[in-house]
Unconditional design. Structure first.
Lengths: 235, 223
């Protein structure tokens, strides 16, 4: 297998920068895709999860259909749909940069999983809380806003944490539509330099660090928002 | 404004020439990785629950490492490393089968660990009390119940696995998605083939998850 050659990262890529600079820019793309998709996924997923717990049959059906649709198609196929199919059907979307399309693909894919968790979180609350809110004269949206959601979101922080870490891992699928993120870097730099092991180790390490950082941020949030006396919270 | 879609080229000939081969490989990959993954995963789960340090540590390392690396990177790693280790190149398909088996084992092992832990401890003590060995205890008391309790979760993981097989795209193996892609390139109809691919994956995964839900109701142990 030969010796280590970490100096490969100082080689020029032929584009006026070295591989280390390219690696760092790729890391930036990975984090951008992951964080933007997480925002989309949290907003859409929470909305769909909430719809699935409302008393309206129509809203429940919309939420269920959304979840089944985005859960049962592989992420890679969804990315191809956003990249190849949607712009050629809706021509207005032609000019969109591909990162936006990937963010929607990854965001909607993850929203299906988040919707499951938010639904489970709301259903984990005693039914009496909803009735109590409504009996106090709160409207249904108010009941959600002031009674159900504040507790439900705290319950689902742990599964949302692992979903946020998954989104970093899943952002690697963006390589398929030539987003210049870490996996794309790994494939191209490996081909150009033939130092695959060093390149892959660096990329894998950065994925570890990214997922770990997200884990810490989520733990921090979980710690900050916990309610004393509830769900494993403080004293 | 929409461009017209034309699916007329998708006849039986195209399906049997391009897509069937891919579907067979995707299915084969899923089944081998499922069976191999559950076997290795169960062994890993038993190691982690053994309480013996030099068994717990490597199993935990295996599971935690693989679970924190993106699958695409794992596929690339194995495609790079296997030829270096065995000294000759290996086809993308075989490499994918080995990768998925080893990778999925990490996920199945977590499911099996939960399954084994779901069996009340008293049953193990009862087994020992009537003179059973560790092996008999696991084989006759714990594992059958663990499998039964976890069957829906194991199958759901298999559906995820089936979806993930599309990622062999990274090393160019010929799977279901690749079949559609090649057909789309040949007839210059990529939009229609990607759409059809999505529909086919959806139908397969959705029907399988409905079946799992039915099964879940049927086999649930009444306590």
């Amino acid at each position: 297998m030969g010796k280590w050659d970490w100096q490969v990262f100082l080689q020029d890529t032929g584009g006026g920068r070295n591989y280390l600079e390219w690696l760092m820019s790729a890391w930036g793309w990975t984090l951008s895709v992951a964080i933007l998709s997480l925002v989309v996924a949290l907003i859409v997923g929470s909305l769909m999860g909430i719809l699935r717990t409302t008393p309206s049959k129509l809203l429940v059906t919309i939420g269920e259909c959304w979840t089944e649709l985005f859960r049962n198609i592989p992420l890679l196929v969804q990315i191809f749909l956003w990249y190849h199919v949607i712009p050629s059907i809706f021509l207005v979307l032609r000019g969109l940069p591909s990162i936006i399309l990937v963010v929607f693909a990854l965001g909607f894919f993850t929203s299906a999983r988040i919707s499951e968790q938010v639904k489970a979180g709301i259903q984990a609350l005693p039914k009496g809380q909803r009735y109590a809110g409504l009996a106090m004269g709160l409207t249904l949206p108010q009941t959600y806003r002031y009674v159900l959601l504040p507790m439900a979101f705290r319950i689902v922080i742990p599964p949302l944490t692992s979903e946020s870490m998954n989104i970093v891992k899943n952002s690697s699928v963006a390589f398929a539509v030539s987003i210049a993120e870490l996996t794309m870097f790994a494939m191209q730099a490996q081909e150009e330099t033939s130092r695959g092991i060093e390149i892959y180790l660096a990329v894998t390490g950065l994925y570890f660090i990214s997922a770990f950082a997200i884990n810490r941020v989520a733990m921090f949030i979980e710690h900050r928002v916990r309610v004393p006396g509830m769900i494993g919270g403080g004293k | 404004m929409m461009t017209a879609l034309d699916f007329s080229f998708l006849n039986w000939n195209v399906v049997s020439n391009f897509i069937l081969k891919g579907l067979i490989f995707s299915t084969e990959l899923t089944l081998v990785a499922m069976l191999g993954g559950i076997a290795i995963g169960t062994a890993l789960a038993l190691m982690r629950l053994s309480g013996i340090k030099w068994l717990v540590m490597p199993a935990a390392f295996y599971v935690n490492t693989l679970r924190s690396i993106p699958l695409v990177m794992v596929i690339l790693w194995f495609f790079l490393l296997i030829p270096l280790l065995i000294g000759r190149p290996m086809g993308a398909e075989l490499s994918a089968i080995i990768t998925f088996t080893i990778f999925e084992a990490a996920y199945y092992s977590e499911i099996m660990r939960a399954g084994i832990q779901s069996v009340p401890k008293g049953q193990v003590y009862a087994g020992y009390a009537v003179g059973m060995t560790y092996k008999q205890c696991m084989q006759l008391i714990v594992l059958p119940q663990a499998f039964r309790n976890m069957l829906p979760v194991l199958l759901t993981q298999t559906i995820v696995l089936f979806q993930d097989t599309s990622l062999v795209y990274a090393i160019g193996a010929y799977d279901l998605l690749k079949g559609f892609e090649v057909a789309g390139k040949n007839f210059n109809r990529p939009v229609e083939t990607y759409l059809t691919a999505a529909v086919v994956y959806f139908i397969i995964c959705f029907s399988l998850s409905m079946l799992v839900r039915q099964l879940q109701k049927k086999i649930a142990i009444i306590r």
